[in-house]
Design a protein around this ligand. Structure first.
Ligand code: 2P0
Length: 342
């Protein structure tokens, strides 16, 4: 330690789920009702970057997100920080007592537009957990630390194809993410992100999933069928079986939005344009006599399309033909090779 100040900077990527996380069995520990599977995107194009400085002379903990100061009194941040510090004390004994007593300043920013409608909290909290772990010299898996910030963040700790096992333990120790395979396993798999609307979503994910668990009958059925679907998509990834991968991805996205609509009062994230994109993808796949493109939608109207690299130019030209950008619906289209985290 240098005496007066310590600082660390790290980056973390975005991930897009193909088996969706929706619903918690423990709100405080952020333990999910079902396991989920995702693909981590390349950090060249989409990433969060966090710098944390700890200083003897800082009088308060502070945090800035994309240049704006936010409240540090956020239970998710407090929970995450508490866990990292506990682990630091266990792993390092009294060596870090001085550093752990200093206040910290956190500065985090994303390199992608908010308009992209991506789960910025996943990259942001993964980055926060990883950077804090570096600062306090915590070793080992940090996915369960990231999970305390935002559930989906635990998947952004790893690159390539990732599963977040829901776990069985009540203390959440087995609710962790792990890499299924690195991005090199299926390096021609690409993602296109279509921005349908850059409006802020009306119902946040945390609130939405809580209402679904409380009120949806259909959700009980979803929880029963996700384990088999998770095993099947992991097999499809291992076998690079795009046809199967696409079918499961689209069915799971559709089921997520079905349980949202079955929530009372209903939650509706998709728009007419989202549904038009779904129709176009199915027509394209029918025309090609196999699944060439898969759509998936998170808690918003924007589409993420999975496809093989060879199909990217053709699919982009069809999308540009049917969905020309307008002042209301701008399009942010990018081809993203999957990659590992730095
Ligand atoms: C996912 N989503 O698996 C799903 C699909 C949105 C739809 O994970 O309450 O922001 O912070 O744990 O992680 C969004 O949920 O929710 C999410 P919290 P989070 O990517």
């Amino acid at each position: 330690m240098s005496g007066k100040m310590e600082y660390v900077t790290c980056t973390a990527p975005v991930n897009i789920a193909v088996i969706k996380y929706w619903g918690k069995r423990d709100e405080k520990l952020v333990l999910p009702m079902n396991s989920s599977v995702s693909v981590t995107l390349s950090q060249d194009q989409l990433r969060a970057k966090t710098t944390i400085a700890a200083c003897k002379t800082f009088s308060n903990d502070k945090i800035w997100l994309n240049g704006r100061e936010e409240s540090f009194d956020n239970p998710r941040i407090q929970n995450l920080l508490h866990e990292v510090k506990c682990r630091a004390r266990i792993q390092n004994g009294s060596d870090l007592d001085q550093l752990l007593s200093w206040k910290i300043h956190i500065c985090s920013e994303n390199n992608f537009p908010t308009a992209a409608g991506l789960a910025s909290s996943a990259a942001g909290y993964a980055c926060l957990a990883f950077t804090l772990a570096q600062l306090y010299k915590v070793t080992g898996d940090v996915s369960d630390i990231a999970r305390r910030g935002s559930g989906s963040a635990c998947r952004s700790v790893y690159g390539g194809f990732v599963v977040w096992n829901k776990g069985e333990n009540i203390d959440g120790t087995d609710s962790i993410a792990r890499q299924i395979l690195p991005h090199t396993h299926w390096s021609d798999l690409h993602i296109l992100i279509l921005v349908v609307s850059d409006q802020k979503k009306h119902t946040g994910s945390s609130e939405g999933m809580q209402k679904t668990v409380q009120t949806s009958e259909l959700y009980k059925q979803r929880v029963k069928c996700v384990p088999e679907r998770t095993d099947d998509i992991i097999d499809a990834i291992k076998n690079k079986d795009f046809d199967k991968f696409a079918e499961i991805t689209m069915k799971d996205s559709n089921q997520l939005h079905a349980v949202c609509l079955d929530t009372y009062p209903p939650i509706s994230y998709l728009t007419d344009t989202s549904r038009d994109i779904m129709t176009l993808v199915h027509r394209y796949n029918t025309f090609k006599a196999q699944n060439k493109v898969a759509y998936t939608f998170d808690a918003g109207p924007n589409a993420c399309l999975y496809l093989n690299e060879a199909d990217v130019p053709g699919v982009i030209s069809i999308i540009e033909y049917f969905f020309p950008p307008t002042s209301q619906s701008q399009h942010f289209i990018t081809g993203l090779p999957i990659n590992t985290r730095a």
